[in-house]
Design a protein around this ligand. Structure first.
Ligand SMILES: Nc1nc2c(ncn2[C@@H]2O[C@H](COP(=O)(O)OP(=O)(O)OP(=O)(O)O)[C@@H](O)[C@H]2O)c(=O)[nH]1
Ligand SMILES: [Mg+2]
Length: 245
């Protein structure tokens, strides 16, 4: 899955950790991987400078496939549209389905299709926002490719990383995939309406998210049933009017 970001390589290294010799090409592969990340970090800083100069509040939404990123965006847009300029960059391996859902709400959107790629990178995001040309004092959402692992490795220049985890995934996900929770500033627990029908305790999910990263700002929502969305949107508006993001 992850030829582009190198996490397949990490798995390979782990296997070799059990008493096998390293292949001579390994070091070169690691060097290339570091170059890719370093280059991405430089481009991400350039994006960040652009956002800061234009006072654009940019959020990078990351989650496993189907956790409800687009549904959350749709509800957020319904609340905030007309109050401030909104823009969306959509990342998916294939299709413009999510961009079509956002466009149906009359919000400027740019779809990136990554093909085999499992995450967005700063360079493609740069291309996307140049196309969108967002106004000053606006809110820019980036919906990353559905994946609970690789997007965490790639800085896009966003002000905040948001990890969304839904009750249908089980309450142990922050413990099993801690890196993305450690990288995030905000954690949104979605699909709380389904918790009573599942073997998932929202309180345990919350506790586990905080075990992975005690600094997380947590929201509990049902994007489908509109529960908790006001709280989330109020926070967004407050952040946008803050002197610095
Ligand atoms: N019951 C319930 N279903 C939800 C909720 N949020 C989203 N869904 C459903 O979950 C499914 C996936 O939602 P999406 O918003 O497309 O998820 P996504 O994270 O954008 O998916 P990808 O972009 O493919 O990774 C859809 O059938 C939604 O209707 C929720 O709060 N409760
Ligand atoms: Mg989506």
């Amino acid at each position: 899955m992850c030829g582009t970001c190198g996490c397949g390589k990490h798995h390979h290294e782990h296997e070799h950790g059990h008493g096998h010799d390293h292949h001579p090409d390994d070091r070169r592969t690691i060097a290339v991987e570091q170059d890719i990340l370093q280059r991405n970090n430089l481009l991400a800083e350039r994006n960040r400078g652009y956002f800061e100069a234009k006072h654009i509040f940019c959020l990078n939404l990351m989650s496993a496939p189907g956790s409800g990123k687009t549904t959350l965006l749709e509800e957020t847009i319904r609340r905030l549209k007309g109050r401030l300029p909104l823009y969306v960059i959509e990342g998916d391996q294939q299709t413009s389905n999510d961009a079509n859902r956002i466009a149906a709400l009359d919000v400027p959107v740019f779809q990136i299709n990554t093909g085999a790629g499992c995450h967005l990178e700063a360079a493609t995001v740069h291309h996307a926002f140049q196309h969108l040309n967002p106004e000053n004092d606006s809110l820019l959402f980036i919906e990353n490719v559905g994946n609970l692992v690789c997007p965490a490795m790639f800085d896009l220049g966003e002000a905040k990383k948001v990890v969304i985890v839904s009750t249908t995934e089980g309450d142990d996900k922050p413990l099993k995939y801690p890196h993305i929770f450690q990288q995030a500033d905000i954690c949104i627990i979605n699909k709380i309406d389904l918790a009573p029908f599942l073997n998932t305790e929202v309180a345990t999910l919350r506790e586990n998210a905080l075990k992975a990263n005690h600094r997380l700002l947590l929201f509990e929502v049902s994007a489908l049933q509109n529960t908790g969305i006001d709280h989330w949107c109020n926070w967004l508006e407050t952040e946008l009017t803050a002197p610095s993001h």
